[in-house]
Write a protein that binds this ligand. Structure first.
Ligand code: HEC
Ligand code: HEC
Ligand code: HEC
Ligand code: HEC
Ligand code: HEC
Length: 357
């Protein structure tokens, strides 16, 4: 009886451990932690001990050059210009889904990214005020990676490190992140849902990309909690939701006051002829997914959405259909150069507005 139980336990370990070791931090503790912030009498981190006994701050670990084999996602390049091309998705690019802080931080161009403390100084035009009006919790200082003034971690906790506690050691990118805990939240964005591409969208294709959670809303006041756009809405309030802010007349049946998000494009497909049915070169059923202008889905399975208009609410416009979260070479952190077109630039709007190109 006891031997049987042991065999069952060993089998369970053999089966479960490989599954659970995908993506959470691994390696000797000393690679990332320092017990006293001191080595031979010299401080390990000059600016003083980092919380969680870490030997680096967030950006220290997350700066580098992505080459497809790195397991730490790099969001800042410092020595050379990241390869972004027109859309950040071409075969030779080396930025990830969030883009890169290079242009805002190293080139010093405020409009090309979020001005995160420790990466770059304040945005000289916008300061700490997010356009669109803050919902909650309200940031009061310069943006940080995590915490009340940031995007990652528990947004009710001030310290970025305390806000992130427990996330790195409990990560598993093979699961549908259902937002119930921080480690179970999409990219450690508290309560946001989604399926994470294991190389963070390094050179993405329709077969290999993040799966974003979206909601086809009944009304403009719906905050659509759990969607990636609702996270942006926590700081850019009425760009996402609020009575009288998004739609003129009935939400989804009239004209818009602000570009729709958390709205399923299928609802517009029927009334607009070929415009949206032609999303990304398709015919209106099973269109190929576009990594240039991605859409979110209400489907919470771990099946990747490689096509669009194949199920219910799988063509949801979101903030990330047009923007990236960290930085790009384009103003307003856009995925493509909207202002430069048609002389140069790139018309990513045409992925959806197929009859306006
Ligand atoms: C690759 C980097 C890395 C390695 C290796 C690593 N850690 Fe961590 N650890 C972190 C980071 C980053 C945090 C802080 C943020 C968080 O909790 O997500 C952390 C937080 C912690 C915490 C507090 C939060 C929690 O999950 O309990 C403990 C305790 C901890 N580490 C212990 C260890 C021990 C013990 C080892 C060695 C077996 C180790 N770590 C190896 C990166 C690492
Ligand atoms: C000591 C190095 C280290 C530090 C410090 C560190 N990270 Fe990480 N981070 C990693 C590694 C390694 C991974 C990839 C493994 C994983 O997902 O846990 C990672 C992954 C992530 C991810 C992707 C998670 C996912 O599910 O895809 C996010 C987001 C992140 N870190 C944010 C932060 C923030 C915010 C801080 C500061 C509060 C921070 N990191 C500090 C090493 C670090
Ligand atoms: C914690 C609050 C917060 C969250 C969450 C947040 N932002 Fe911001 N955002 C700001 C602040 C503050 C500014 C103004 C300062 C700056 O540009 O860094 C800003 C500026 C911007 C700008 C204008 C950049 C410029 O300088 O012209 C864009 C575009 C933007 N955010 C998009 C987004 C998107 C998309 C999301 C969701 C993925 C998001 N933001 C989430 C706080 C936030
Ligand atoms: C991911 C798909 C998608 C992308 C990308 C996109 N749009 Fe839209 N857009 C829509 C949908 C869907 C509607 C709502 C249509 C409706 O309700 O009939 C819309 C509505 C609009 C409207 C308002 C129309 C009205 O009747 O009120 C304008 C203007 C617009 N988009 C311009 C743009 C521009 C400019 C860009 C590029 C910067 C862009 N869109 C990118 C899907 C998209
Ligand atoms: C259809 C494409 C599209 C979508 C979807 C979209 N944006 Fe934008 N956004 C733009 C463009 C284009 C600009 C710059 C020109 C303009 O303001 O029209 C912009 C500008 C911004 C700015 C800067 C405004 C300023 O005052 O400088 C912020 C902040 C922003 N967007 C946040 C968001 C958030 C948050 C969402 C989701 C709720 C979102 N955007 C959805 C296309 C889009």
């Amino acid at each position: 009886m006891r031997r049987a139980a042991t065999i069952v336990l060993i089998l369970a370990w053999v089966i479960l451990v490989p599954l659970h070791s995908i993506a959470k931090v691994t390696g000797p503790c000393v690679n990332c932690h320092t017990m006293h912030n001191s080595q031979a009498g010299v401080s390990v981190v000059a600016e003083g001990p980092v919380p969680c006994l870490l030997n680096s701050d967030c950006i220290g670990c997350h700066a580098g050059i992505n080459d497809g084999s790195n397991t730490t996602p790099y969001v800042l390049m410092t020595d050379s210009v990241p390869i972004y091309e027109s859309t950040g998705t071409e075969a030779d690019t080396n930025t990830l889904a969030g883009g890169n802080f290079y242009w805002v931080a190293i080139s010093g161009l405020d409009r090309k990214g979020h001005n995160v403390a420790g990466v770059v100084g304040l945005d000289s035009t916008l300061g700490n005020t997010p356009p669109g009006g803050v919902e909650d919790p309200s940031p009061s200082k310069q943006l940080t990676c995590a915490g009340v003034n940031g995007c990652h971690g528990d947004r009710d906790v001030y310290s970025p490190y305390k806000a992130m506690s427990g996330a790195h050691h409990n990560n598993d990118m093979t699961l549908w992140k259902n937002g119930t805990t921080l480690a179970l939240s999409y990219r450690f964005l508290d309560e946001v849902q989604g399926l994470e591409d294991t190389d963070y969208e390094y050179r993405p294709t329709a077969q290999h990309h993040n799966k974003y959670y979206g909601k086809d809303r009944a009304g403009e006041a719906d905050r659509a909690e759990g969607t990636i756009s609702s996270l942006c809405g926590q700081c850019h309030g009425n760009f996402h939701n609020g009575s009288g802010e998004i739609a003129s007349g009935t939400f989804g049946n009239g004209v818009w006051l602000r570009h729709p998000t958390d709205f399923d494009m299928a609802r517009a497909k029927s009334r607009s002829g070929g415009e949206y049915a032609g999303y990304n070169g398709g015919t209106g059923t099973g269109n190929p997914y576009s990594v240039v202008s991605p859409v979110a889905t209400s489907d919470t399975s771990t099946n990747l959405n490689t096509t669009v208009f194949s199920g219910t609410d799988d063509a949801i416009v979101m903030c990330l259909s047009c923007h990236r979260a960290h930085g790009t070479p384009n103003d307003a952190i856009l995925r493509w150069d909207y202002k430069g077109w048609p002389a140069g630039g790139y018309n990513g709007c045409a992925i959806c507005h197929t009859e306006k190109d």
